[in-house]
Design a protein around this ligand. Structure first.
Ligand SMILES: *Cc1c(COP(=O)(O)O)cnc(C)c1O
Length: 373
């Protein structure tokens, strides 16, 4: 038995559905800005209960685009230190100053307390990342604090499509939210992304910028500056198929996650679990190793037993990356330093069997017991 950290699978039925429609596009020649992108946007809007959805070429593109529109030039933007580089680079490439923020050990998200430590008079807004698919229970308080202080809240919800808190979906709490449909995410179109917002005016600006400032997609008539962040039809077909499966996919991940939780509580109580208070899409199943245990040793011992642990969120926080100085010279991240080096993410993907889940927990328990001797 070999257990990978991640497995991407499409059912035979889904593959047939997708290839039929790709064939239709190839036959008609409608490859861009056609009905599938529109359909994907309509269904995403309905699913998330949000006024506007704009399909784009990637999660990175989504962040870049929104930062350009929000005009962060010379402003400070608060960004978690445990995120993917794209969250911070979107700010940087639009001329903003990245201010990295420490995290909450219970949710791995920024906390209100950590945001207050780094806010300045020059701060324009906050980017929150729902790490591993968990929306922090502090989300409403963070939003209110932003409102009171004239700051926007933007959600890089690349991990969290379908996650929610108190009935509201990730991506819909602040001024706008972005998603990634990259190959490793909970739903994927190979590459791709989306922006959602309840602000019609902001949505119009985003749509214009996505397609070279052209109000009519096929007319070369530019009413504003813009660039190319478009999603194409073939991507949209895959995205649409996946979006329609999202609830099923989350249900399946729920089954796996709940089984992990039950088994770990039984056999490995020294593992501290990072669990959601409300609906998570379980992009990751995250746990903290005991302080004295070296993660790299655990990973290599498990690898010998054909269990692959990979894809921490994140193993090296931005302030410890080789590019750290280009983002922010601040270095005081007590929680992130501990959490980033100490957590593991267990394999979670469609089709992971009960016996495989049992095997992972049993072997992990053995490795930890050996290392504690
Ligand atoms: C994946 C990811 C992105 C980038 O999305 P792409 O679609 O790969 O460009 C941005 N932010 C976070 C937190 C991500 O996990």
């Amino acid at each position: 038995m070999e257990i990978k950290s991640l497995k991407i699978s499409f059912s035979e039925e889904d593959r047939a559905w997708i290839t039929d429609r790709i064939d239709e596009c190839l036959a008609t020649g409608q490859l861009s800005q056609g009905k599938f992108v529109m359909e994907f946007e309509e269904e995403l809007k309905k699913y998330l209960n949000v006024k506007q959805a704009i399909a784009v070429n990637s999660g990175t593109g989504a962040i870049d685009l929104v930062m350009k529109i929000l005009d962060v030039n010379n402003k400070d933007v608060l960004v978690p230190t445990n995120t993917f580089l794209a969250t911070a680079v979107g700010v940087k490439f639009s001329g903003g100053n990245v201010k990295l923020v420490d995290i909450d050990p219970k949710t791995l998200s920024v906390s209100l307390k950590s945001l207050k430590e780094r806010v300045t008079k020059n701060t324009a807004g906050v980017i929150i990342v729902h790490i591993g698919g968990i929306v922090t229970p502090e989300i409403e308080d963070i939003r209110e604090w932003c409102d009171r202080n004239g700051l926007w809240l933007f959600e890089d919800a690349a991990h969290a499509i379908g996650s929610s808190f108190h009935g509201k979906f990730a991506g819909t709490f602040g001024i706008a939210g972005s998603f990634s449909l990259f190959a490793t995410k909970v739903i994927t179109s190979a590459e791709g992304g989306a922006i959602v917002t309840n602000d019609d005016e902001l949505a119009e600006k985003i749509k214009l910028f996505r397609n070279h400032g052209k109000p009519k997609p096929w007319d070369t008539y530019h009413t504003s500056l813009g660039s190319n962040y478009r999603m194409h039809e073939i991507t949209a077909i895959i995205a649409l198929s996946q979006l329609r499966k999202l609830d099923k996919i989350i249900q399946e991940r729920d089954r796996i996650a709940n089984m992990y939780t039950e088994k770990i509580k039984q056999h490995l109580p020294e593992l501290e679990l990072i669990l959601p208070e409300d609906r998570s899409n379980w992009y990751k199943y995250t746990a903290m190793l005991p302080n004295e245990i070296d993660r790299e040793v655990v990973k290599s011992r498990l690898k010998e037993k054909n269990i692959n642990l990979q894809g921490e969120v994140y193993g090296i926080p931005l302030h410890k990356q080789p590019i750290a100085e280009m983002l922010d010279s601040y270095k005081n991240f007590e929680v992130a330093d501990n959490v980033c080096s100490r957590h593991i993410c267990l394999p979670i993907y469609q089709g992971l069997t009960d016996s495989e889940i049992n095997y992972v927990v049993e072997e992990l328990a053995k490795v930890i017991a050996e290392l504690k001797k």
